[in-house]
Ligand binder design. Structure first.
Ligand code: UT7
Length: 321
C-alpha cells in the first residue's frame, strides 16, 4: 500500500506584517529583506489565533478538498515547534475540533523538516496497513518564539498551517531519504518559551529563536541537492522526470541555489515566501495547497518534497501525485 495525497488545505492568520512594519521594530529595510530573503510580507497571529486553531482550519479545508469525513480519519500527525501548550498535543486539539473521534493523534518536532518527517511517518503506517486515512499537518505560530528585537531572525518568519489528507491506495510511489546532524544543533536553537526560565527572565535571548543564518544557509544549499540526488539515484530516476520540487520556503536564494546546483529548471521550484515568510513546518503544505488549488498538479506526475532545519535535520521525499 502507498499513501496518496487526496486533499490539501491551508490557513494563515488574517493579520499581515509587511517589511515596513518590521522597519518600525528593527534597523532594516524593505530592500534588504527582499533581496536577501525574497520575503515581502508575513501573516502574524492575533489574539484567538493559535497553532491548534490554524491547524484545525487547514485540516478542515483538506478534508473538504478530499471529500472525506472527519470520522474516517484514523491518524493525525501534526508537525510543530510552536504548540500553544505542551499538553494536550495540537493533534488532539484538532481531533476534538473536527470530531475525528476514530483517529490516533500525536505531534512531531523536527523543526522546519517537520512536515516531511510527519508525511514519512504517516506513509510508514499506511504502507504497513495499520491505518488507512491520515491527516498530516504542519502548523506554527512562530511569532511567539521570535525575538522582535533581533533583525537577523525576525525578518524571516511567519505563522500559518497547512494540511494534507493521505489515503492508502494499492498503486502509487512514495520513497524518502532523511538525515539528522545533531552535532550541528547549536546553530538554530530556542529554549522553551513555556518553561520556568521564561517566567524568571522573559527577555532572555536564549528563550527566543537564535540562529547562525550563514551556517544554515550553507548547510541547506549543499545538503538539500545532495539528498535529492541521492534519492533519485537510488530510484534510478532523473531530474527531468520530476514535475515539481516543493521545498521548504526558508529563503528564495536557497531555493534558487538548489535548482542551479541540480541543473534543474527554476520554474519547477515554486516559491511563496514573498507572501508568508518562513513558516517552518507549515511552509511545504501551504505551498502544496496553493499549487493544488491553482490546478497546477496533475495525477501521475512526480513531486519531490525537501525540507531542512533545526536539529539539524534534512531530507527529501518523492511522491506520485
Ligand atoms: O528554516 C530554516 C532556518 N533558517 C534558515 O534557513 C535561514 C538561512 N539563512 C538565511 O536565510 C540568511 O543567512 C539570512 C537571511 C538570515 C541572512 O542573510 P545573509 O546574506 O546570510 O546575511 P549575513 O548574516 O551574512 O549579514 C550580512 C550583513 C551584515 O552586515 P555586515 O556585517 O556585512 O556589515 C548584517 O549585520 O547584513 C546585515 N544584516 C542586516 N541588514 C539589514 C543582517 N540582518 C539584517 C537585516 N537588515 N534584517
Amino acid at each position: 500500500m502507498t499513501g496518496k495525497i487526496c486533499g490539501t488545505g491551508s490557513c494563515v492568520p488574517k493579520g499581515v506584517w509587511d517589511n515596513r512594519k518590521l522597519m518600525e521594530l528593527v534597523d532594516t529595510s524593505d530592500q534588504w529583506i527582499r533581496e536577501r530573503t525574497g520575503v515581502a510580507r508575513r501573516h502574524i497571529a492575533e489574539k484567538g489565533e493559535t497553532t491548534a486553531s490554524l491547524a484545525s482550519q487547514a485540516a478542515l479545508f483538506a478534508l473538504e478538498n478530499a471529500g472525506i469525513k472527519a470520522e474516517q480519519v484514523d491518524l493525525i500527525i501534526t508537525a510543530t515547534v510552536s504548540p500553544g501548550e505542551l499538553m494536550p498535543s495540537v493533534s488532539c486539539l484538532v481531533q476534538k475540533k473536527l470530531g475525528a473521534v476514530n483517529a490516533t493523534c500525536f505531534d512531531l518536532n523536527a523543526a522546519c523538516t517537520g512536515f516531511l518527517f510527519a508525511l514519512n511517518t504517516a506513509q510508514a503506517y499506511l504502507a504497513q496497513g495499520i491505518y488507512k486515512t491520515a491527516l498530516v499537518i504542519g502548523a506554527e505560530v512562530l511569532s511567539n518564539l521570535t525575538n522582535w528585537k533581533d533583525r537577523s531572525t525576525c525578518i524571516l518568519f511567519g505563522d500559518g498551517a497547512g494540511a494534507v489528507v493521505v489515503s492508502a491506495q494499492e498503486t502509487g510511489k512514495f520513497v524518502q531519504i532523511t538525515h539528522s546532524v545533531g552535532e550541528k544543533g547549536d546553530v538554530l536553537t530556542c529554549t522553551c518559551r513555556n518553561q520556568k526560565i521564561y517566567e524568571k527572565r522573559a527577555d532572555a535571548p536564549e528563550t527566543y529563536m537564535q540562529m547562525d543564518g550563514r551556517e544554515i544557509f550553507q548547510f541547506a544549499v549543499s545538503r538539500v541537492p545532495e539528498a535529492i540526488e541521492e534519492l533519485l539515484k537510488r530510484e534510478q530516476m532523473n531530474i527531468g522526470q520530476i514535475a515539481h520540487f516543493v521545498l521548504h520556503q526558508a529563503n528564495e536564494r536557497i531555493v534558487r541555489s538548489v535548482a542551479r546546483r541540480l541543473n534543474a529548471e527554476q520554474d519547477k521550484f515554486p516559491t511563496n515566501m514573498e507572501e508568508f515568510g518562513n513558516t517552518s513546518s507549515a511552509s511545504i503544505p501551504v505551498l502544496l495547497d496553493e499549487l493544488n488549488r491553482k490546478g497546477m498538479l496533475k495525477r501521475g506526475e512526480y513531486i519531490v518534497f525537501s525540507g531542512f532545519g533545526a536539529g539539524l535535520s534534512y531530507g527529501a521525499s518523492l511522491m506520485e501525485w
